[in-house]
Design a protein around this ligand. Structure first.
Ligand SMILES: C[S@@+](CC[C@H](N)C(=O)[O-])C[C@H]1O[C@@H](n2cnc3c(N)ncnc32)[C@H](O)[C@@H]1O
Length: 408
């Protein structure tokens, strides 16, 4: 999988010399209408761990959108009906070429100060977002051909579009765009947003900017999503593996949920379910944010919540421990948590506490094999937890070694 990443969130950059303070056109009188803010950002096209950069040619488009809630004045001015303008409004856009060998791409877009003046409302400036996407990714090929598709041809990479969180442009004097600042609502939590359609449902996944592993989207959850999206049959087979007869609510526990990708997908696939997403404290904010921005359908029964939980059992408070260990779970999900063999003891100990053999708890282990020693977890699950693989499905292109295993 390749990801568009934002290495630097939008910031104000100096405009190219020739664009500064040019006056022309109908707004020339007030001297400010043709002035521009230069909004810059740095992006990269990389794998989930950032260990490999896309080696091919791609067109990258960056666009600034006015958040639609902010465009009420514009709507009134142009007498647009609500449904016509009920979406983010593009106010600046540009494309750049990514070439083999590149590791980062700097982009800057000019935003007319007019976009701020015209959309300010009762002294409050408008909110914008920056979207970065790879255009026409159907025809992209990585020249190093990392993986093959099912016909033995080069696997077509798929890039998930990225968006910044909404930001305002703060400036004491709009005629001095260079002194402006980009301001986010919560400066302590600069997230980026990805939108994905999975098995007919729209998801919004927030992840943190930066290098912390826990708070990024990992491939396995997304590959599981791709598998479920591919056909109704895939979905039906997977659902039948987990669905327990005559249960009013499927009780699902996820260990090491990170951003919550897998648990969120399962909570939508199983509309009658109570899902408990767990991870260390460091993942709590991003996971709770993702729960909030992906509400369950109104017809759904059950809940989805986050609770802090460490696989090293003695690190938990009695309440944290009992939330996880006092329930009889139908399904325990572990997604992309087996890359570190040092954690296998703790992880399999947790499964001793959470898998009820008599009840028939099933473990769903989704992973992308990064080294052979990861398979030791299956030996341990057999010896320590008496769990055997009852269904296995390869995910993603050939050679990626991603798969989902259901164990009982
Ligand atoms: C590679 S991430 C995968 C995250 C998520 N499951 C996904 O697929 O996107 C591994 C996760 O395991 C969590 N983790 C690692 N050690 C842990 C521990 N001792 N207790 C609880 N979670 C742990 C990390 O915080 C991280 O979120």
């Amino acid at each position: 999988m390749y990801h568009v990443r934002l290495l630097k969130v939008p910031y104000i950059a100096p405009p190219p010399a020739k664009q500064q303070f040019t006056k022309k056109g109908p707004g020339a009188n007030d001297g400010s209408s043709t002035k521009k803010f230069m909004i810059a950002a740095t992006t990269t096209l990389t794998t989930e761990l950032g260990e490999y950069y896309f080696y091919g040619t791609a067109t990258v488009r960056a666009s600034i959108f006015l958040k639609w809630e902010e465009s009420v004045r514009r709507r009134k001015k142009h007498k647009l009906k609500k449904d016509e303008s009920d979406k983010d409004v593009p106010v600046a856009s540009g494309t750049w070429e990514w070439r083999p060998g590149m590791r980062a791409l700097k982009m800057s877009l000019s935003l007319q100060t007019r976009a701020i003046r015209e959309n300010s409302h009762e002294g409050r400036g408008p909110k914008f977002i920056l979207r970065v996407e790879v255009v026409d990714d159907e025809h992209l090929v990585d020249e190093n051909v990392l993986y093959e598709d099912e016909h033995g041809g080069p696997w077509k990479p798929r890039f998930l579009t990225i968006e910044s969180m909404p930001f305002a442009i703060i400036c004491a004097d709009i005629t001095q765009p260079l002194n402006a600042k980009v301001a986010f609502d919560r400066e302590d939590a600069l997230y980026v947003v990805r939108h994905a359609e999975i098995a007919g449902d729209d998801y919004t996944f927030c992840e943190e900017i930066g290098d912390s592993m826990a708070k990024h989207l990992w491939d396995s959850g997304l590959l599981l999503g791709d598998f479920l999206s591919a056909s109704q049959d895939n979905k039906a087979v997977f659902v039948s593996q987990l669905l327990r007869d005559s249960r009013p609510l499927l009780r699902i526990l996820e260990l090491g949920c990170g951003c919550g990708t897998a648990g969120l997908i399962l909570s939508r696939q199983f509309t009658a379910s109570t899902v408990l997403l767990t991870d260390l404290e460091s993942a709590a904010d991003v996971c709770r944010l993702n729960i909030a921005v992906n509400p369950r359908q109104t017809s759904a029964h059950g809940t989805i919540e986050f609770s802090q939980f460490d696989w090293v059992l003695e690190h938990n408070t009695p309440t944290q421990l009992s939330r996880v260990t006092d329930t009889v779970w139908d399904v325990v999900v572990v997604c992309d948590c087996t890359y570190n063999t040092d954690s296998f003891d703790a992880l399999t100990d947790v499964l001793l506490k959470t898998v009820d053999k008599k009840h028939g708890t099933r473990v769903v282990l989704v992973h992308k094999e990064r080294h052979g020693s990861e398979n030791r977890v299956f030996e341990m699950l057999k010896q320590k937890n008496a769990l055997e693989v009852r269904w296995r499905q390869e995910l993603g292109p050939s050679g990626m070694q991603a798969r989902v295993d259901v164990l009982e």
